[in-house]
Structure formats: structure tokens, C-alpha cells
Design a protein around this ligand. Structure first.
Ligand code: 6CS
Ligand code: FE
Length: 306
């Protein structure tokens, strides 16, 4: 195990000792009134680290995204592509990454003003796409995602300097209490929990299937849960959850017949573009951590969007 953090690393992790520290940066970077999210909702986001918008996308749009996800899933080229990640059991598909570059439908989604304007407002800057993915979580036994902070991984393995990034999760199927919905510890985003353990070479080949390195200790998780509680994020197909990059979150297995399929879009501030990994022997591939820092431009909404 390595002992020392890189010089200037404000968020040391993947070392022989673990650190727990208060986030230095704001959660909401903007001043109220400069975007579609009202001040009450911004305050809730600052406090909890996440917000749910129940009706951003209508049923027709959700069906369009579902059909596109089905198309990708049945495309032999995609199935053989490294962007496609299978479950630890090796059978079912777990995720497809970088969907915004392989699908015109998802390219339009990441440039949709309903997401883009909210991201720009919270991060108070132009934004680029750090990552996009579909998590499929099919029924009858797909596995969940153990507790983690996305920022801890993006900092250690992708070189993301500070937590000035956020994720939108768009539900393509109903997220029920029983089919492995997102669980977030509300308020945990203001504490950075360093994790013990070196980052192995090509760790992503393992971590995207089942993450073990980069997860907090059980004692840290117990303390966080005691302090913040655990919220389950459920909602209709089309509901959108925006959550801060440093929220402690996870989701459990799905043994029900009901798939929990969500599209995730991660926006990073152009002021926070990636440098070299802070705690990893090498960069991860760009389909997981983009190094195209071009600001996203809002796109005209096609007829499918009404
Ligand atoms: O490593 C990553 O970038 C991915 N891993 C998890 C568990 N969440 C964020 C992201 O999809
Ligand atoms: Fe995550």
C-alpha cells in the first residue's frame, strides 16, 4: 500500500490510512435566480445533496429512450464493445457506458436544456460530459452497487480535482422500493471519506462489475448512516434525480420481475477538468472518464420531445 498522497491532493484516498474530512467546496456554486431551479429546491439540494424532478420527461420521451436502450442491447457490435459491462456472474448485461457517443438519441438527451440548464445553474459554469451510462438492473437477480462516493473514484482514478460535478439519473422504468432503487445518505455529500487500499492496475475491469476498492469501511458507513439516515429514491419512469458527485450512495440487488433501468449523465464543470489520477497507476479509458472538455451546447429538441 502506498503511504503518501500526491502533493496538493485535497482529497487523499486509496492510501494505507483513511481520512474523513469536510468538503471545502460549495455544493451549489451559483446564486439564486440564475436558472430553472427555484431557491427552495436549491436549498434542499445544498442540504441533502440530491433533488428529484418527478415530471421532466413525458411518457413518449421515456418510451423513445427505452426503445433506444433496447436497440443498443440487441446490437451485436455493442454487445462485443468494451463499453458494455456484464454482471459479475458473467451473464446478464449490467451497464453500457458512453451512450451519448454511440446513440444520436442519447447524444440529444445529454444536450437537452432540461438537464443542461440545471447542471450549469448548480455548477455555475459551462459543463462537459464526464460520463454517461445505462444501468440495466434487469429483474430476477441482477446485482446492486455497493456504497460509494462517485467523486472518490473520479478523483482517485480519473484525476477529477474537486467535487464540482453532478449526475442526473433518468428512470426508464419505474423505480420501486423493491427493485433496487438508488439509496442516498442525505447530507453525506459534505463529508469526504477516504478509502483504504491501493487502486489495482485496470481496476475498472473489476469495479464496474463489483466495486470493492474505493468503498468506505463498515465503521465509516455505520457512522454516516447513523448521522444522515438512508433515503430511497423511487419514482415513475421519466422521473429525474440529480445528485452531487460526493453523495454516499448505492443500491441493492434486484430479485423482482421488474427491471430498474436508468440512464445516468454526469456533468463536470469545465473549471474542474481532469488532471492525472490522484491515486491510480494509470488513467481509465475515455469511455468511462472523458477527456473531451468541450462545453455541451444545448440542442434543439426534436419532434419526439414535443
Ligand atoms: O467508476 C465509475 O465511474 C462508476 N462507478 C460507480 C459505482 N458509480 C459511478 C460510475 O458509474
Ligand atoms: Fe455511483
Amino acid at each position: 500500500m502506498t503511504g503518501a498522497a500526491k502533493p496538493g491532493d485535497q482529497y487523499p484516498t486509496r492510501l494505507s490510512t483513511t481520512a474523513e474530512l469536510l468538503r471545502r467546496e460549495p455544493v451549489v456554486w451559483t446564486s439564486p435566480g440564475r436558472g430553472p431551479i427555484d431557491s427552495d429546491a436549491l436549498e434542499a439540494y445544498e442540504r441533502d445533496g440530491f433533488l428529484v424532478f418527478g415530471d421532466l420527461f413525458n411518457d413518449d420521451e421515456v418510451q423513445c429512450y427505452q426503445a433506444e436502450a433496447d436497440r443498443l442491447l440487441t446490437d451485436a457490435t455493442m454487445l462485443a464493445d468494451e463499453r458494455t459491462v456484464v454482471e459479475p456472474s458473467g451473464g446478464e448485461l449490467r451497464s453500457i457506458f458512453e451512450v451519448h457517443t454511440v446513440s444520436p438519441v442519447f447524444a440529444e438527451l445529454v444536450a437537452d436544456p432540461r438537464l443542461l440548464e440545471r447542471a450549469r445553474q448548480i455548477l455555475d459554469s459551462e459543463v462537459y460530459i464526464h460520463q454517461s451510462r445505462i444501468n440495466l438492473k434487469p429483474g430476477f437477480g441482477s446485482t446492486g452497487f455497493y456504497w460509494h462516493s462517485d467523486f472518490e473514484t473520479w478523483h482517485a482514478e480519473d484525476g477529477m480535482p474537486v467535487p464540482r460535478a453532478l449526475s442526473f439519473s433518468i428512470a426508464l422504468t419505474e423505480n420501486l422500493p423493491v427493485n433496487g432503487p438508488l439509496m442516498i445518505m442525505p447530507g453525506s455529500h459534505r463529508t469526504f471519506v477516504g478509502c483504504e487500499g491501493d487502486t489495482p492496475l485496470e481496476h475498472f475491469r473489476l469495479s464496474l462489475r463489483r466495486q470493492e476498492i474505493g468503498t468506505p469501511s463498515t465503521s465509516a458507513l455505520a457512522r454516516l448512516a447513523e448521522r444522515f439516515g438512508i433515503s430511497q429514491v423511487t419514482g415513475r419512469a421519466g422521473a429525474v434525480t440529480v445528485f452531487d458527485s460526493n453523495c454516499m450512495h448505492g443500491s441493492s440487488d434486484n430479485i423482482t420481475p421488474y427491471p430498474r433501468r436508468n440512464v445516468f449523465v454526469v456533468y463536470n464543470s469545465v473549471e474542474n477538468s481532469l488532471v492525472e489520477p490522484f491515486s491510480s497507476p494509470a488513467r481509465r479509458p475515455e469511455f468511462i472518464a472523458s477527456r473531451d472538455f468541450t462545453p455541451v451546447r444545448a440542442c434543439r429538441r426534436s419532434a419526439a420531445h414535443g
